[in-house]
Write a protein that binds this ligand. Structure first.
Ligand code: PPE
Length: 305
């Protein structure tokens, strides 16, 4: 990781190396944390944070689900995020707000542990490498089932959920694939270890129904861009066969952006290379996040207005 200079911690900016925590922090033992991943892109008007409000809203929603009260208002967190990027003087970065049950009492019950907040940022290029964005990646249906709505909370971006993701990712990589695709408890396609998934069939763009997935902000962005481009979009129950027989497939996420999938379980997807709909959406997406599409400028928060 390329370190930056400052991290926001409970209301003030501290030195990168000083943003530490006790080994008996509740979240470290029990996963009681919520976080966000947000990108800030270089634009003609300086660094701009993409869909800041929506990310902060999801942070508060995640905290609400796990009954953790954030001791700041959403507006204060938004301002702190902007301040963190500004203070680090970067043109582009990935931003990681994290709110967690801190040091206090051991035992599963989190209620007597203080709520600790931090916002860090670092420079993070293409999630699976530049080649992945251009040429696509190979994915494997995981043997791990995506956590389902009554055993965790797929809708909340909690740290605890990411053991499920980490196990799936490790398995996929050990088997020689780049990424995992997790099915839900009913056997329908859910999402990647850190991405939502889409596929194209006969000109229609499909994505799994919202029940067992993190409702991605990039997913929402892509659905809106597709609609505006006149591409029909459907949320659906989707099986692995739907993926095998798709004309195109891709992952979306803040980190992964729009990453084409060209092979699943040893089966070529479409022509085995990023398809025209995927490429078109990638093109528009990168114009939007870099502030080159006026129509979507309201999604950008300029760091130095
Ligand atoms: N599903 C999962 C499980 C997920 O982790 C992400 C984001 C998404 C969907 C897409 O959500 P959105 O970023 O709002 O479009 N994963 C974050 C963390 C990745 C990591 O390795 O850390 C991210 O992309 O920032």
């Amino acid at each position: 990781m390329q370190e930056l200079r400052l991290i926001w911690r409970n209301g003030k900016l501290v030195d990168w190396k000083e943003a530490t925590t006790h080994v008996l922090t509740h979240a470290l033992h029990y996963g009681t944390a919520v976080f966000e991943g947000i990108r800030c892109y270089k634009t003609q008007k300086g660094p701009a944070i993409f869909r800041l409000k929506e990310h902060v809203r999801r942070l508060f929603d995640s905290a609400h689900i796990i009954k953790m009260s954030i001791p700041y208002t959403p507006q204060e967190i938004e301002e702190a995020i902007v301040e963190t990027v500004r203070a680090n003087e970067v043109e582009e970065c990935y931003i990681r707000p994290v709110v967690f049950r801190g040091y206090g009492e051991m035992g599963v019950d989190p209620s007597r542990c203080e709520v600790d907040c931090a916002i860090a940022a670092w420079c993070w290029g293409a999630y699976m490498g530049d080649k992945a964005l251009k040429e696509g990646i190979r994915a494997k249906i995981s043997s791990y089932v995506r956590i389902y709505a009554n055993s965790g909370s797929p809708r909340a971006k909690t740290s605890a959920n990411y053991l499920n993701s980490a196990l799936a990712k490790l398995e996929a990589k050990e088997l020689g694939y780049d990424e995992a695709i997790l099915l839900d408890a009913h056997g329908f396609v859910a999402e990647g270890s850190g991405e939502n998934i889409f596929y194209v069939k006969d000109g229609v763009l499909y994505t799994p129904h919202p029940y067992s997935i993190l409702l991605g902000i990039t997913r929402d962005t892509v659905m809106r861009l597709a609609e505006d481009l006149g591409i029909p979009v459907r949320e659906t129950l989707c099986t692995r066969d739907d993926l095998y027989l798709a004309d195109e497939a891709f992952f979306t996420g803040t980190a992964a952006e729009i990453t084409p999938i060209v092979e699943i379980d040893g089966r070529r997807i479409g022509e085995g290379k990023p398809g025209p709909v995927t490429r078109r959406l990638q093109e528009v997406f990168f114009r939007v996040v870099r502030g080159d599409e006026e129509k979507y400028e309201h999604w950008l928060t300029y760091v130095n207005p």
